[in-house]
Design a binder for this molecule. Structure first.
Ligand code: TSJ
Length: 644
């Protein structure tokens, strides 16, 4: 029990129970917000904002403002009705106080509607309160300002009137400072909040969300307001791709207590970029709502194609994969009581969601196709091309499978494999260019390090169909070397190396090749990234020699620091490496490959930001040149430094 509690005689038995509830949150914060890393820190903001979004969904709030203050405290305010301050009869205290002190107390004071709670979220404002050094709340209602302040979840005083305001004003303002004794990271990342709030605004059409950063010299500010909601989300995801037709197809409706919204548009790429949400929370593993959508899509397009003789009687049906080639779609549903299943509790289980999405999409899509025969024909023809390519790819794959069945697993000729057969000990370097590949083969530790040199740039999988991808020698070599298979055949237990290390030159071309590699892995074997098997090697940029001593610097900052230490004079010999090829094998080993001395960056991927990652890859690998420059920054966001 906390000291504050023991020292304060005013608390009764009820109060103690409540405080013990919040004590549990402070003892095991991870149970309530997932983690105490940067991720958990940002979750606090979403947790508070979700309450205002609920108020917007109920139809009473149209503006939310989020401010990162100079001290990394956060202010969230909205123009809703204000949290009720009157007595909650069951708890015998202000409803406002209940919201901030009782675990899982949602904002349900008789009002109906959907609450955006589910998964890790929706644990309530009390959790944020418990994990904040201090928190103040103000409610603007009927000309009065009510307020209350807490310290680590414990109230400083009763809810009271602290001032007056324009009687027209109404809303709620919460200001809190995350507790630095709980969180490992206490600095907010503007871009992380920006991405998430943009997504929230897309999912709640008409709601205006403003993000302000007051920490810098001059404040940063972004405003998100989308009258078109998820239709505009699809436009956003498709920017940098060429849409196949102008309109975004939109379906909306309610059935069996499920409110369904779907927006979709095909583009000239070959990937399926479908993102599903339940109560505004992304469901990376899909579930019943996604299954309902896929079923409706396949069924509706096949009946349309048959009825309009695009598919002849003897033609095989289009598969879901064929129809989803190059599709960008958002499925957003709202249910009163979401049930999450699966190992990570990220998969929607509500069976009524399947039927609701299926019937609403089937009905609206059938109508849309009948009204827009040009678009319908366009999509069907793209699907037919996809079907043929898939057939060709299947034949190519069967051929390689038969080959390996006859000859045993035949590894690619260019692979210099390691001798240790336990994958846990093994790593593979994917090396840019045959010459660097040669040095790496000489340098490596043969027992545990395998080398696969790739010639030139690998195929951009964002711009190629499956049959071409299967026909590409470099990609085939990687698939066989890794051993896991791809897509639905993927099996992580067959992975032949614990670490897949991408080793490219430390220049723009090298960065481009690394991106091509990451794009391939992201689209074909995302689990390898999710489970942390993918790394970037970090070759040095400079070699510095002075009086027979040798140093390496991995960036300009390190170089300058070193030169300050050893002194700048004519005896210094500074070599700037233009590529891996300029290093001999000893140097390559010392600086980039030796597990004792190298720096590896692990590629990480936050599934919650998967729609943003999709945009990153398509913008980078698409035809537009300008956004590519942002790659270095974007790349930096998805890698972690590891000194191993
Ligand atoms: F809970 C909280 F602290 F996290 C929080 C809640 C934070 C912020 C910034 C806003 C809110 C909030 C709550 N905004 N608006 C509301 N609305 C209600 O709580 C409310 C008001 C009136 C009625 C009613 O039935 O009259 C019902 C509710 C849920």
């Amino acid at each position: 029990m906390s000291e504050e509690l023991q020292n304060n005689q005013e608390y009764g038995a009820d109060q103690i129970q409540i405080l013990e509830g919040l004590e549990a949150v402070r003892k095991r914060p991870g149970m309530y917000i997932g983690s105490t890393s940067s991720r958990g820190l940002h979750h606090l903001v979403y947790e508070i904002v979700d309450n205002s979004v609920d108020e917007a969904l109920a139809g009473f709030c149209s503006n939310i403002e989020v401010t990162i203050e100079k001290d990394n405290s956060i202010t969230v305010c909205d123009d809703g009705r204000g949290i009720p301050v009157g007595e909650n009869h069951k708890a015998k205290k202000s409803a406002l106080e209940v919201v901030f002190t009782v675990l899982h107390a949602g904002g349900k004071f008789g009002g109906g509607g959907y609450k955006v709670s589910g998964g890790l979220h929706g644990v309530g404002a009390s959790v944020v309160n418990a994990l904040s050094t201090w928190l103040t709340v103000e409610v603007y209602s009927e000309g009065k300002i009510y307020g209350q302040t807490y310290a680590r979840g414990i109230k400083k005083e009763e809810v009271k009137v602290i001032g007056t305001c324009d009687p027209e004003l109404h809303g709620t303002k919460v200001h809190f400072l995350p507790d630095s004794t709980i969180f490992e990271e206490t600095v907010y990342d503007y871009d992380t909040l920006k991405q998430r709030l943009r997504e929230t605004a897309f999912l709640t059409k008409g709601l205006r969300i403003v993000l302000i950063d007051d920490r810098g010299e001059k404040p940063r500010r972004h405003e998100f307001h989308y009258a078109g909601g998820i239709k505009e989300f699809v436009n956003y995801l498709n920017r940098g791709k060429e849409p196949l037709y102008e309109d975004v197809i939109y379906c909306e409706g309610s059935k069996d207590g499920v409110y369904v919204e779907v927006a979709m548009q095909h583009n000239d790429s070959f990937n399926d970029s479908t993102f599903s949400f339940v109560n505004n929370i992304i469901t990376p593993e899909g579930g019943t709502h996604l299954a309902g959508f896929r079923n409706a899509l396949t069924k509706t397009f096949n009946s349309y194609a048959r009825a309009n003789k695009i598919l002849k009687d003897n033609d095989p049906p289009l598969t879901g994969d064929d129809i989803r080639e190059g599709l960008t779609a958002i499925i957003s549903i709202k249910v009163e009581e979401p049930q999450f299943e699966g190992q990570t509790k990220q998969k929607l289980g509500n069976s009524e969601a399947r039927g609701a999405v299926d019937s609403i999409v089937s009905e609206k899509l059938t109508y849309f196709l009948e009204q827009n025969p040009e678009i319908a024909k366009n999509i069907c023809e793209k699907s037919l091309l996809a079907q043929r390519a898939r057939e060709a790819a299947r034949k190519a794959r069967d051929l390689t499978r038969r080959k390996t069945a006859l000859e045993g697993t035949s590894l690619p000729g260019k692979l210099a494999d390691c001798s240790d057969k336990d994958p846990k000990n093994c790593e593979i370097f994917i090396v840019e260019g045959d010459s660097a590949g040669g040095s790496a083969k000489t340098a490596r530790s043969r027992a545990t390090q395998a080398i696969l040199p790739l010639r030139g740039k690998i195929l951009n999988v964002e711009k190629a169909r499956l049959d071409r991808i299967y026909g590409n020698a470099e990609i085939k070599a990687m698939i066989t070397a890794f051993g896991t298979g791809i897509h639905e055949d993927f099996d992580i237990s067959k992975l032949r190396y614990d670490k897949i290390i991408i080793m490219t030159d430390a220049d723009v071309d090298g960065a481009h090749i690394a991106t091509l590699m990451l794009t391939f892995l992201y689209r074909f074997m995302p689990e390898l990234i999710k489970q942390g098997h993918v790394y970037l090697a970090t070759p040095p940029l400079y070699k510095i020699e002075k009086n027979k001593n040798v140093w390496y610097a991995y960036n300009d900052e390190e170089l300058n620091k070193l030169l300050l230490e050893i002194g700048r004079d004519q005896n210094n010999k500074i070599q700037r490496y233009k590529g891996l090829g300029e290093m001999d094998s000893d140097q390559l080993w010392e600086t980039t490959m030796d597990p004792e001395r190298r720096i590896l960056k692990r590629v990480v991927m936050d599934e919650e930001s998967s729609s943003e990652i999709d945009v990153t890859f398509t913008t980078l690998m698409g035809d537009k040149v300008e956004p590519r420059r942002e790659f270095i920054e974007a790349n930096a966001k998805y890698v972690q430094n590891l000194d191993i």
